[in-house]
Design a protein around this ligand. Structure first.
Ligand SMILES: [Zn+2]
Length: 511
């Protein structure tokens, strides 16, 4: 090492990982320090957030008792053609400059990736997307990763990668010199805390709605609940994650990765192991729903609800554009977010639960409604069309009668979850080979042809079709639902009873 880095020219190289939405790429950060007018240039398809990195890197180096070279400094992020955004390259850029000027040792850097945003004081700040970035690094053969201290618990979720947590640039420099040990966490620290307790046993009465929610959980069906304000639509929807099977380990990591990029992980307990519940307000924007924004595109509500529940309360109050935007992710299970550099894709396979008042004036009892017949029709009419074609269950909630309020304690979520899990396993055994995981995913054509029910089971549908009481699409929905009713009863195939029952769910909810 030399005492005066201003005189040192050279090349330094540090490895990092960049994210383009859900896609991770290994990024090599090269710093070249050469003779010429003092300057600092960053190359390699970087966005505005990265150009600000120059100020942070320069200040962090000088405020860490290190020297920023008074020479021509060029930092390149390779491969050049990949778009790069976010602040997680700060640490790598600083280290590359320090390596070029021989202020740090580079013997430990070849198998190590570095992620972290720098403060002007040289402190390291938490960054988004650590989990998906480090999973990629591990798959690329890296053995070590250095991350900001607050990201350590999340980083530790990646198996077979040694994690070091640092509070500031100086700690990393001392670690590279071999005279500092970086902090790690053991697996025991990452055990998730018990999840919030929203139990089905808290819901008094509403037997029909509770049963509808159980069916929805078993078949992964989308639901529309209508009923007056305060009837318990939100309370019930919040209890859906508690009766869904817990996420498998792969799903869990996938969901955690999305929430890592969104910046919504719980500090210290980052692993998301239960189905998420995401409830955007009815005034939410299309961007907030679908994702986007400058820098590293944030996953929207549809992606944060991936493998879980998207709850839209007062959905009749949402703009038609916002509701229409849901169609593409509902159909494809992923969402495309438009970017300056093209299109980014995030997973978005969620169960949609919508709730609406029956009319604009929304009285506690229907009899007090002051809306005109036209206003009432128009209100829920907004929800018709292609979006509603995907909603298999409509349920109408009414104020509970006195007997319902006096009834015994209701069943717990754990008991319901056992039945739901058994039904889901039955569906998976049947459809798994065809690539469908749940009854809700089975296309109508398969239900009508390949997996056609016995003629006796189809009799109620034929009657309804003949009388014009159900449309062809409505018939598909009823058959799909009948399969779930059969699965909940442990039947090999739904019969006439299940099909007739399913037809009852066809039109409820007021339209
Ligand atoms: Zn009204």
């Amino acid at each position: 090492m030399t005492d005066d880095p201003r005189l040192t020219t050279g090349l330094g190289s540090i490895q990092s990982v960049g994210l383009n939405a859900f896609e991770a790429n290994q990024i090599e950060i090269q710093a070249n320090v050469g003779h010429g007018l003092p300057s600092f240039v960053v190359n390699g398809k970087v966005d505005a957030s990265l150009r600000e990195a120059k100020d942070r890197v320069r200040a962090a180096i000088t405020n860490s008792e290190l020297k920023f070279p008074d020479l021509k400094v060029t930092v390149s992020l390779a491969p050049a053609d990949l778009p790069k955004a976010g602040s997680s390259f700060d640490l790598g850029m600083a280290l590359a400059i320090l390596a070029a000027t021989e202020q740090v040792m580079t013997t430990r850097t070849t198998r190590t990736v570095f992620l972290g945003e720098l403060g002007l004081d040289g402190g390291l700040r938490t960054v988004r997307g650590v989990l998906p970035a480090l999973k990629h690094a591990r798959d690329q053969g890296f053995t070590h990763a250095v991350v900001p201290m607050p990201n350590v618990a999340e980083a530790a979720l990646v198996a077979d990668l040694e994690i070091g947590g640092a509070r500031c640039l100086k700690e990393v420099v001392r670690w590279l010199a071999g005279d500092h040990v970086l902090d790690t966490v053991t697996e025991g620290d990452a055990i998730p805390p018990p999840t919030e307790h929203h139990d089905m046993s808290d819901v008094v009465g509403q037997a029909e709605a509770r049963h509808a929610l159980e069916i929805a959980a078993a078949g992964a069906h989308h639901v529309l609940m209508t009923g007056p304000p305060g009837i318990g639509k939100t309370m019930l929807a919040r209890r859906l994650p508690g009766i869904l099977p817990p996420l498998g380990s792969e799903e869990s990591l996938e969901v955690t990765a999305i929430h890592s990029i969104a910046g919504t992980l719980r500090a210290g307990h980052p692993l998301v192991s239960e189905a998420p519940f995401i409830a955007p307000h009815h005034t939410t924007s299309t961007t907030a729903l679908l994702g986007g924004g400058t820098g590293l595109a944030r996953p929207g509500a549809v992606s944060r609800a991936h493998r879980g529940v998207l709850f839209l309360d007062e959905c009749a109050e949402m703009g038609p554009k916002v509701l229409d935007a849901l169609r593409q992710p509902l159909e494809e299970g992923e969402v495309r977010v438009s970017r300056r550099d093209g299109v980014a894709t995030y997973p978005a396979r969620f169960q949609l639960i919508m709730a609406a008042n029956p009319c604009p004036c929304a009285p506690a009892h229907d009899i007090d409604c002051i809306c005109s017949a036209v206003a009432r029709r128009r209100y829920l009419g907004k929800l018709s069309g292609p979006l509603m074609d995907r909603v298999d269950i409509r349920v109408r909630m009414d104020p509970p009668g006195n007997t319902a309020l006096m009834s015994d304690a209701e069943e717990s979520s754990a008991a319901v979850r056992d039945r739901v899990t058994a039904a889901r396993n039955a569906a998976l055994d049947r459809w798994g080979a065809h690539g469908w995981l749940t009854n809700a995913e089975v296309p109508g054509s398969a239900l009508r042809q390949r997996f056609r029910l016995e003629p006796s089971a189809l009799r109620p549908i034929e009657l309804f079709l003949r009388d014009g009481r159900v449309t062809a699409r409505g018939a598909d929905r009823a058959i799909r639902l009948a399969w779930t009713l059969g699965d909940l009863k442990g039947l090999a195939q739904p019969g006439e009873t299940e099909v007739a029952e399913a037809l009852l769910y066809r039109d409820r909810g007021g339209h």
